[in-house]
Design a protein around this ligand. Structure first.
Ligand code: GLY
Length: 411
């Protein structure tokens, strides 16, 4: 029986660990550093930071770990996969070179240009004055992006030139490279694919909710809820996404000598001209993973082992129901948050930035937990999850009340 290590501490890692623990081949799942909410599901948390590569490798060797799965982008961008591979350990995730597709927006834009992958036009700036001068001449809205990892908070859609200028000032405080991108109107979706050599496994399509407040108002966050599948992404649109984005991406990675075993996440937008890429992530989405992995009816451990060995996995996804989850966040998120706020214990929930003990969890960061459900259709799933939330004592924890609403609108 196998022993697995998951690296990360959020709701996505909770979902990955649960999916691996459900495999008949897996005896034990460790999560480093994990969070105390995971212990409700028999996941063993290990107090090692996700960037302490040497300690993680020592732990993996001591416990004879068969497979390590990396959840978050920060250790991937810092080269954790290269580190594990150099130590001769089996690890699922992109190496540092490939992870640049997520960690550098400029690198991603240049990759897409090189491989004719549809995406919005942009201009690159290394100093504020010329960025502001350019911005003043452009129509609004404008999209301001910092070139680096920003936990989903590095993008501003500026509706006025004043907003654009303020966003540029803030962006240049955080980084030396800023993109001003053309604003593209459309329907956003998340399409992920597991890859290993030339073998691929497409996941069901999902939709995230990046803004803090209902009706897509308020600041960007890491993601406030998700549902899957997405009615607007029909089989025809999915096929087009595969042909115009996913296949050229995989071919491009190979041509650029960047192939890896892990996840390609296309942050997509459906425009009148067809699907385009907003951004790449090279890992599972959070909160999308929490509603995608429970749809996998096959052995998830075997899926990863097959991809690591470049064998085509045989994977069955559920096709009869809609999965939907709502994120609960601490007061103040995505700014400074209130700590030690009680967080409810709900069997099956995916926990994130919590402290305390299982059964007496408290807030210790922004996103705290995701409450998920599945039902025969989207409207029922939405009704079910909000009915369950209404039964909980949530104090001043915050959450959106409209997760799934866009899936219920007619296109
Ligand atoms: N849900 C967006 C992300 O994981 O980056």
């Amino acid at each position: 029986m196998a022993k697995v290590l998951v690296v990360g501490n959020g709701g996505r890692e909770h979902a990955i660990a649960k999916a691996l623990l459900a495999s008949p081949q897996v005896a034990r799942v460790y999560c480093a550093p994990g969070n105390p909410g995971m212990r409700l599901d028999d996941i063993q948390t290990v107090a090692i930071d996700e960037l302490a590569f040497s300690e993680l490798v020592t732990f993996a060797r001591q416990k004879a770990i068969d497979l390590t799965v990396i959840g978050p982008e920060v250790p991937l961008a810092a080269g954790i996969v290269d580190y594990f591979q150099a130590a001769g350990l089996a690890v699922f995730g992109p190496n540092k070179a490939a992870a640049r597709l997520e960690s550098s927006k400029v690198f991603a834009k240049q990759f897409m240009a090189r491989h004719q992958i549809p995406t919005a036009g942009y201009q690159l700036f290394h100093e504020l004055t010329s960025a502001i001068a350019y911005s003043r001449e452009q129509p609004v809205p404008q999209v301001i992006k910092v070139d680096g990892l920003a936990a989903g908070k590095g993008v501003t859609v500026a509706m006025t030139r004043d907003e654009a200028e303020a966003a540029l000032v803030t962006a240049f405080e955080a980084t030396e490279t800023v993109l001003i991108e053309d604003y593209v109107e459309g329907f956003e979706f998340s399409q992920m694919v597991f890859v290993g050599g030339d073998k691929t496994v497409l996941l069901p399509t999902a939709q995230d909710h990046k803004r803090l407040l209902d009706d897509d108002l308020g600041p960007n966050t890491g993601g406030m809820g998700a549902y899957s599948p997405v009615p607007q992404i029909t089989p025809e649109i999915l096929a087009q996404t595969v042909t115009t984005i996913i296949e050229p991406t995989i071919k491009g990675l190979k041509a650029d000598d960047l192939s890896f075993e892990g996840v390609i996440y296309v942050g997509g937008i459906l425009t009148p001209q067809g699907p385009q890429v907003i951004e790449y992530n090279l890992r599972l989405g959070d909160p999308e993973a929490q509603i995608l992995l429970p749809q996998c009816q096959s052995d998830f451990y075997q899926l990863i082992v097959d991809l690591l060995q470049h064998r085509q996995p045989v994977v069955q996804w559920q096709t009869d129901e809609t999965y939907l989850g709502v994120v609960l966040a601490a007061p103040g998120y995505p700014g400074p948050t209130k700590a030690n706020v009680p967080v409810p214990t709900v069997p099956g929930a995916d926990y994130a930035s919590v402290a305390g003990e299982p059964g007496a969890l408290v807030s210790a960061g922004g996103r705290l937990m995701m409450l998920g459900t599945h039902a025969v259709d989207l409207a029922t799933a939405q009704h079910q999850v909000y009915a369950q939330l209404a039964q909980l004592t949530l104090g001043d924890l915050c959450y959106r009340h409209d997760i799934g609403a866009k899936g219920l609108t007619k296109t």
